[in-house]
Design a protein. Structure first.
Length: 74
């Protein structure tokens, strides 16, 4: 299962807090895709994954200036 989370327009720490809340309700192995436009998310999301034990599968920039993250719940 893949869950989409659009955090564009939200500033630190909200993108990570919303990601954490989403991941808490997901089962192991499920995927969370996040779209964010907060520049701090580029550092915060990978750091959160390391601290929480979840796996950051992908982080990329979009042509519209937002960043996309794919996290696997572990």
């Amino acid at each position: 299962m893949k869950v989409f989370l659009d955090t564009r327009g939200l500033l630190c720490p909200l993108p990570v807090l919303k990601a954490r809340k989403s991941l808490e309700s997901m089962s192991t192995g499920h995927l969370l895709q996040i779209h964010a436009d907060d520049p701090a998310a580029w550092v915060d999301v990978p750091h959160y994954c390391i601290e929480s034990g979840n796996t950051l599968l992908e982080a990329s920039e979009s042509t519209d200036g937002s960043t996309h993250y794919l996290i696997k719940k572990t």
